[in-house]
Design a protein around this ligand. Structure first.
Ligand code: 13P
Ligand code: ZN
Ligand code: NA
Length: 282
């Protein structure tokens, strides 16, 4: 069933686990995430970035996720990931997305606060929850460059930001980066705990592909309720497709190699649902 993120993330927060948010880019990835969640009886969030939205349109992805949600008994959320303008956030709201991120983290504090508050005010009458970001996630999320400046979220700023914007969830910078890590990511668990101490709303971890499972579990213990995975789903899908072409270079049936990609994504998502601790929580 299609639902909003607020209910499942507040339940996760109360229960001390997290819900995985998986970036989907085609029908097979949507199917894979839904099947994994169904099999493990877990709530799940599917999300699309602005560049994914540009590829096929909000309506195409929403239609896929809606169909997947209708075919499963577990709660499924359709979330806009890294919404980069008020306008795109409003388009997602009107299209029927059930959760929206506005990412003003590259702006100055006050500017970030203003746009995040505006999106929250626009979405809340429709009971669509809003995620915002303060601090920075390194690396590159599709077209968005995280840059190299101080990435860490200041706990006191986070408190003020959450209170004054009225957003429902807050993505924080604690040392993760989008994409594949060059070395081991160095996460600042103490900063996360200090944010948790002063911010009441569920916290979100970005850039989780490449973060060791044990570190993710530690973050969940310290207050992370939504865990974003993107790059590793691309890698899994491509691995499945490549496997088919390697075995039979004459393959021409898209169903054949896409199904192999789907299977790899499903396996990956099942393993990460277990890391999040949300299996059986549907
Ligand atoms: P990764 O690509 O590192 O998994 O990051 C995902 C993410 O943060 C999506 O918003
Ligand atoms: Zn992200
Ligand atoms: Na990453």
């Amino acid at each position: 069933m299609l639902t909003t993120s607020k209910e499942i993330l507040l339940k996760a927060q109360a229960g001390g686990y997290a819900v995985g948010a998986f970036n989907v880019e085609n029908m097979e990835m949507v199917q894979a995430v839904a099947e994994a969640a169904e099999e493990l009886q877990s709530p799940v969030i599917m999300q699309t970035t602005p560049s994914t939205v540009k590829y096929a349109g909000l309506d195409y992805y929403l239609a896929n996720v809606k169909t997947a949600a209708e075919r499963t008994s577990v709660p499924v959320v359709m979330h806009l990931d890294h919404g980069n303008s008020f306008e795109l956030a409003m388009q997602a709201l009107r299209a029927g997305y059930t959760s929206i991120m506005i990412d003003g983290s590259h702006e100055a504090f006050e500017v970030n606060m203003t746009v995040s508050r505006a999106v929250a005010n626009a979405c809340h009458p429709s009971e669509v929850p809003v995620e915002a970001e303060l601090g920075k996630v390194g690396g590159k999320e599709d077209d968005l460059d995280g840059g190299d400046d101080n990435p860490y979220t200041d706990p006191q700023e986070a408190k003020e930001f959450a209170e004054r914007t009225g957003v429902d969830f807050l993505a924080v910078g604690i040392g993760t980066a989008h994409g594949v890590y060059k070395g081991e990511p160095k996460l600042q668990f103490d900063i996360l705990s200090r944010i948790r101490d002063v911010v009441e709303i569920p916290l979100v971890l970005h850039g989780t592909s490449g973060v060791p499972d044990e570190a993710v579990k530690e973050c969940i213990k310290r207050g992370i309720c939504k865990v974003n995975y993107a790059t590793d789903l691309r890698i899994a899908f491509t691995k499945g497709v490549k496997g088919v072409f390697t075995a039979d270079t004459d393959t021409i049936d898209p169903k054949k190699y896409s199904a192999a990609g789907r299977e790899e994504v499903k396996k990956y998502v099942m393993s990460k649902i277990k890391v999040c601790g949300s299996a059986g929580k549907a």
